[in-house]
Design a protein around this ligand. Structure first.
Ligand SMILES: NC(=O)c1ccc[n+]([C@@H]2O[C@H](COP(=O)([O-])OP(=O)(O)OC[C@H]3O[C@@H](n4cnc5c(N)ncnc54)[C@H](O)[C@@H]3O)[C@@H](O)[C@H]2O)c1
Length: 389
């Protein structure tokens, strides 16, 4: 294998929202990476990218970017349903690959991709950046230190307070493009919890429904997708306009899970909460842990490990989230740390993220959605009855 140049020359495929964050993060890792090429099927985004970085080569056809001799590694930052195809093209061209989560929208695609990466002898690194978030690191350290004994059960609640912005206006709410939000969104937290607990998932059952957004204002199918912005004034959720008429995913869902090491737990996501944050609760055989706030901007992990007669807001231990980290931009500093880990992995290090774990959370989302669809007749009936009353 030829020696890697330093800094490693990168092509970014996809110049949308994720690119805009990682572009800034890369600027703080000049010793590791230099961005030489950007590809996006939308030429206006390429023009915007070169306006701030005139040296960039740009392509509307990603195949030209991944085969460029000026590229050593590729960042796949396109929507989910394109991940596997673009990553395989890059691997086939001999490049190392950083692929955004989810690794793929189906288990079959994830398996194909992982097998191909191993045949090509190149790094396939999945961008599950939550493993580097201070909230996850803080909880994992507390668990590994035995502060609640041996973990036995967990509850994950993700309050996705985007009011329908992001997830119900563009491709995110079409299951053919994401595999559903139990893959697109849940893969983050399910991967993080598997990492915290050192396990993987073996079985699931799920329920879910679309309770709000399918009854909102849907744009005409022929109308173009509006520019999607996170705007706090878009509230309450049912007042949203221009929602995607092709939406076919749940806006509230619940999964029960069994882990390989016997731990059992639950995951839930709701897209019409007024606030946006994640709440993890883990119960061990000697205590209970829960986070309040989920960033290093004032969040903490509280641990109760002495018995008391009733509710007690005062924990036995309170650990501020992520006090030791310098940067908080790019998802509380996790984006810089994950790109650093990608660099170390290319140079022979052991990655903190795992493509087989990434595959397994796609399997959870796929199985959960099938379970929900199996229940569809009952939930559709319930919806109709609620609306008629
Ligand atoms: N890890 C994280 O914290 C995080 C955060 C946000 C998004 N993501 C992931 O990043 C990915 C991109 O999300 P986004 O919000 O930036 O989406 P986006 O829609 O804002 O941007 C995607 C871009 O890809 C381009 N594109 C689509 N198909 C293409 C193709 N075949 N060739 C070239 N360009 C193509 C689109 O024109 C668009 O500009 C998703 O998979 C998402 O899950 C991860």
């Amino acid at each position: 294998m030829k020696a890697m140049p330093t800094p490693i020359r990168l092509a970014a495929i996809g110049a949308g929202m994720r690119f805009s964050i990682l572009h800034d993060v890369l600027a703080s890792l000049p010793q590791h990476f230099t961005l030489t090429v950007v590809a996006d099927s939308d030429p206006s985004l390429l023009a915007a990218a070169t306006a701030s970085s005139p040296h960039l080569q740009t392509f509307t056809d990603y195949t030209e970017a991944v085969t460029s001799p000026d590229v050593d590694a590729v960042l796949v930052l396109t929507p989910d349903w394109t991940h596997a195809t673009i990553a395989m093209a890059a691997l086939g061209a001999g490049k190392h690959v950083f692929i955004e989560k989810p690794i793929a929208t189906t288990v079959a695609d994830a398996d194909r991709l992982i097998t191909y990466a191993s045949q090509c002898g190149r790094t396939l690194y999945v961008g599950h950046n939550m493993r580097f978030m201070p909230i996850v690191e803080t909880i994992k350290t507390a668990i590994d230190d035995g502060l609640i004994g041996h973990p036995q059960a967990f509850m994950i609640r993700h309050f996705i307070g985007r009011g329908g912005d992001y997830f119900f206006k563009d491709w995110h709410c079409e299951s053919s493009r994401t595999g559903g939000l139990l893959i697109h969104k849940a893969s983050h937290d399910l991967d993080a919890m598997a990492y915290i607990l050192g396990t993987t998932y073996t079985s699931v059952q799920a329920i879910g429904a679309n309770r709000v957004y399918q009854y909102g204002h849907l744009r005409q199918p022929s109308a173009s997708t509006p520019e999607v912005k996170n705007d706090i004034r878009n509230w309450p959720p049912h007042s949203q306009t221009n929602l995607n008429p092709a939406m076919d995913v749940e806006d509230v869902s619940f999964i029960n899970l069994v882990c390989a090491n016997g731990i059992i737990g639950s995951y839930s996501q709701c897209h019409f909460t007024p606030d946006y944050w994640r709440n993890y609760c883990i119960i061990g055989d000697e205590g209970r842990l829960e986070n309040f706030g989920d960033t290093s901007n004032g969040g903490s992990v509280r641990i109760w490990n002495k018995r008391r007669p009733g509710y007690d807001a005062q924990a036995d231990i309170e650990i501020p989230i992520g006090m030791d980290h310098g940067t908080t931009s790019g998802h509380d500093g996790s984006d810089e740390r994950i790109l650093d880990d990608f660099y170390q992995t290319i140079h022979g290090g052991t990655p903190r993220t795992s493509s087989s774990d990434a595959r397994q959370v796609v399997a959870v989302g796929e199985a959960a959605r099938l379970d929900i669809l199996g229940n569809r007749n009952l939930s559709a009936l319930a919806d109709r009855q609620t609306r008629m009353s």
